[in-house]
Design a protein around this ligand. Structure first.
Ligand SMILES: NC(=O)c1ccc[n+]([C@@H]2O[C@H](COP(=O)([O-])OP(=O)(O)OC[C@H]3O[C@@H](n4cnc5c(N)ncnc54)[C@H](OP(=O)(O)O)[C@@H]3O)[C@@H](O)[C@H]2O)c1
Length: 321
């Protein structure tokens, strides 16, 4: 397929994980030549080239950026963990330091990519129980907003004044496991299949989400549309409450029962059985983008049921065009 990306080199920093591998397949299908920067060799296989970096020092990888058509920076330690002090530290540093070193790399080469697409988080708005946040909303309070702000500040200090920049405040991405993890939906789908996918805590906390196909199309658009600039919320126009989300998920996995979990059960179960942060389940947010609509972005899978069906039907390939 001939596309604006055909034969163009795109760098995906932090591209060895769930989202990076999904994006790499998408861009390769469009004819791009993809280079992944990560500390470890990707577990998945595909037609990309892997370049090792440590995400914090310039030690030879920077020349790969010279002449590239675009950079997408996804690097960051997973937040799906118990928030011990050392994990919190790594969550912050992995994002800030990798962004800063990419900025230093840009300044060390002759021909930096004309566009830098930067991952950020919709959790920057914190956990308001009912408000619907847009790009105009105030940022929130707590670890995730603190990290999100530091990440975006590192980006604005690092991006070149000559570069077009797009920041994507991304919500929960629904996607398939291509050998590099499948995100939090894998755990939720397992709980739903076991009959444990009911109301969590109050159940009214928002679950904002985006399907990987739309996420990849949005990054593609950010790379190729020269009028796209600035910060956008990357999330479907139809966020759901936790109760609604799990009801749709149970329907898609064919499990009529979903036992509820009280807050104290989640606090014990998440920490000791799932080894993750209970607050990820007990709190949430409703986000929608005003700017994507204004920029003419059309979601292919805006509705939750269809997005879940497309994701969880392992035999159905994720559409790319
Ligand atoms: N998945 C979602 O629903 C979602 C939603 C919103 C935002 N995001 C953000 O999108 C990015 C990618 O998410 P993902 O789901 O693909 O995560 P993932 O599967 O955990 O992949 C994370 C990537 O970051 C790299 N990384 C991890 N720790 C690092 C460190 N200390 N220093 C440098 N690089 C490090 C990993 O490669 P190596 O470990 O090999 O270096 C990998 O390439 C993350 O920044 C995440 O916060 C994800």
């Amino acid at each position: 397929m001939l596309n604006a990306l055909t034969d163009n080199k795109i760098i995906i920093a932090g591209g060895s994980g769930f989202l990076g591998i999904s994006l790499a397949h998408h861009l390769i299908d469009l004819g791009a030549s993809v280079v992944i920067f990560s500390r470890h060799e990707p577990k998945a296989s595909g037609d990309w080239r892997h370049v090792a970096w440590d995400g914090r020092t310039l030690d030879g990888w920077q020349h790969e950026l010279n002449g590239a058509a675009g950079l997408v920076n996804l690097a960051g330690r997973s937040v799906n963990c118990v928030k011990t002090p050392d994990h919190q530290d790594e969550i912050l540093r992995s994002r800030v330091e990798s962004t800063r070193v990419l900025g230093a790399a840009m300044r060390s080469i002759d021909s930096p990519p004309p566009v830098w697409v930067q991952m950020s988080t919709a959790h920057i708005y914190g956990d308001p129980p009912a408000d619907v946040c847009t790009e105009e909303s105030a940022e929130g309070y707590g670890l995730a907003p603190f990290v999100g702000k530091a990440w975006e500040e590192a980006f604005s200090d690092s991006v070149l004044s000559t570069q077009r920049s797009v920041v994507l405040r991304t919500s929960f991405v629904l996607g398939k496991n291509r050998g590099a993890g499948g995100g939090a939906l894998e755990t939720l789908a397992l709980l739903a299949r076991l009959g444990l996918g009911g109301k969590v805590g109050k159940g009214t906390q928002g679950m904002s989400w985006i399907h990987e196909w739309d996420m990849n199309r949005l990054i593609e658009q950010a790379l190729t549309h020269t009028d796209m600039q600035g910060m956008f919320i990357a999330s479907s126009p139809y966020p759901a409450s936790q109760v609604e989300f799990m009801r749709e998920l149970r329907r898609v996995v064919g499990m009529p029962i979903g036992l509820p979990a009280l807050s104290w059960m989640v606090r014990i179960g998440a920490r000791f059985l799932l080894r993750t942060d209970p607050e990820l389940a007990l709190y949430g947010r409703y986000v929608v983008s005003k700017r994507l609509e204004e920029n003419g972005f059309e979601f292919k899978l805006p509705k939750l049921r269809e997005a879940l069906q497309t994701t969880l039907d392992q035999s159905a390939p994720t559409p790319t065009a």
